[in-house]
Design a protein. Structure first.
Ligand code: TA6
Length: 328
C-alpha cells in the first residue's frame, strides 16, 4: 500500500523499498528509509512540479536548484548496492504522542526560527508552533512508480490565534522517490495584512557525528550561536561537528553535500531556503530530557531555512520553500 493513512501518521512506501513516515503532529517526518546507490550524476526532484499549481509541465527542465520534472525520477539507476536504511535520527526518548516537539526527524520551524526576536512573536515558543500543532492529511498527490507524494495542511485556528493573530494556510508536500525525499512548504497569506515569518526544515540526519562532513560552506558568513552570536566567515573546505557546533550560515548557496565517510553521502538541494544551520550539541545534548544517552554521537543537523531575515508576504500572497534530499 503506497500511502498508508493511520490515525496519527501517514506512511509512504516506494515500490523499490524506500519509505517515509509523517507524524500528523507537526507534519514531522520521523522516518526516511532509503537504499544507497552510486553513480547518480545529478539529483532531480519530483515535488517542485507537483507542488506548482497545474502539475507537471510537459517540457519542464532542471530549474536553478537542479531539480527536474517528474519523469526524471525514471533516470535513477535501480542497481542498489546496499539494502534500504534509516537516514534520519529520532531520539529513543523523543515524544511521538503530541506532548512535545519531536527530538529528531524533520521538524518544521515556522513562523519563527530560534527564540522570538520580535515583539509580535513574544507569545511563541522557540521555533514557532508548526512543529507542535496537529496537521491534517490533505491528499495523495502522486502514487506511481516514479514516486509517492502526500500533502498535509495546517490553518490558523483559535489555538494559533492565541499566540499568532494572523490568518494563514500551510501546505506541506512530502514526496518519496527511490533514493530521494523532497519536502516542500507552501505558505499562503489568507488575510489582508502582510504576513511576516521565517521558515526552516530542521533535519536530523542519522550518522556518525565524529566523521560527518558538510560542504561547500567555505567563504560563507555565519552567526555562531556557540559564541553568543558572533559573526565570522567559514575557512574550512568541509565543516565537521566534532566540537559543539551551532552555526547559521547565511545565503549559503542552497546546495550541499553531507558525508559520513567512507560510504554514505547525501545531497541537499534547496529552493528559496538560502540559509543553512549546522548543529550538533555534543555533550551539551545531555541536558535535553528527550535526548537519548550519547544521541549527539549519532546525528548531525543540516537545516535549510529562510532565517537570516523575515519573509514579508502581502495579503493573498504565497511563498514556497523546498528541499530535495538524495542518497548518492
Ligand atoms: O537549529 C539549531 C537550534 O536552534 C539549536 O540552537 C538548538 O536549540 C536546536 O535548534 C534544538 O532546538 P529545540 O527547540 O528543538 O530543542
Amino acid at each position: 500500500m503506497p500511502v498508508d493513512i493511520q490515525p496519527d501518521r501517514v506512511v509512504l512506501r516506494h515500490p523499490a523499498g524506500a519509505s517515509t513516515t509523517v507524524l500528523l503532529y507537526g507534519a514531522t517526518v520521523i522516518s526516511w528509509i532509503a537504499p544507497s546507490h552510486s553513480g547518480l550524476a545529478s539529483t532531480s526532484g519530483l515535488t517542485e512540479r507537483l507542488d506548482t499549481p497545474g502539475g507537471v509541465p510537459a517540457t519542464a527542465s532542471h530549474d536553478a536548484a537542479g531539480i527536474a520534472p517528474l519523469g526524471a525520477a525514471a533516470q535513477f539507476k535501480s542497481s542498489d548496492a546496499a539494502p534500504p536504511s534509516e537516514r534520519l535520527f529520532v531520539s529513543s526518548l523523543a515524544s511521538l504522542d503530541g506532548t512535545k516537539p519531536v527530538r529528531g526527524g524533520i521538524p518544521i520551524c515556522w513562523p519563527i526560527f530560534g527564540p522570538p526576536s520580535r515583539d509580535e512573536y513574544k507569545g511563541l515558543k522557540q521555533h514557532g508552533f508548526a512543529r507542535s500543532s496537529v496537521w491534517s492529511y490533505g491528499e495523495t498527490v502522486l502514487d506511481a512508480a516514479e514516486g509517492v507524494s502526500a500533502r498535509f495542511v495546517l490553518q490558523n485556528s483559535a489555538e494559533t490565534e492565541k499566540v499568532f493573530p494572523q490568518p494563514f494556510k500551510l501546505v506541506y508536500t512530502v514526496t518519496l522517490a527511490e533514493h530521494q525525499l523532497t519536502t516542500s512548504l507552501r505558505v499562503y497569506n489568507t488575510g489582508a495584512q502582510p504576513l511576516t515569518f521565517q521558515a526552516l526544515l530542521h533535519n536530523y540526519f542519522r550518522g556518525d557525528a565524529a566523521v560527518a562532513q558538510v560542504q561547500p560552506l567555505k567563504g560563507i558568513g555565519y552567526v555562531d550561536k556557540v559564541r553568543d552570536g558572533a559573526r565570522d566567515t567559514e575557512q574550512r573546505d568541509t565543516v565537521d561537528v566534532r566540537q559543539y557546533t551551532d552555526r547559521v550560515y547565511e545565503t549559503a548557496g542552497g546546495a550541499y553535500t553531507l558525508s559520513f565517510p567512507p560510504s554514505t553521502h547525501l545531497s541537499i538541494k534547496t529552493h528559496n531556503l538560502p540559509d543553512v544551520t549546522v548543529w550538533n550539541p555534543q555533550e551539551t545534548g545531555s541536558g535535553m530530557a528527550d535526548m537519548e544517552p550519547g544521541g549527539w554521537e549519532r546525528y548531525v543537523c543540516v537545516e535549510p531555512g529562510y532565517v537570516a531575515r523575515f519573509v514579508s508576504l502581502p495579503g493573498g500572497g504565497e511563498w514556497w520553500g523546498q528541499q530535495v534530499l538524495t542518497v548518492l
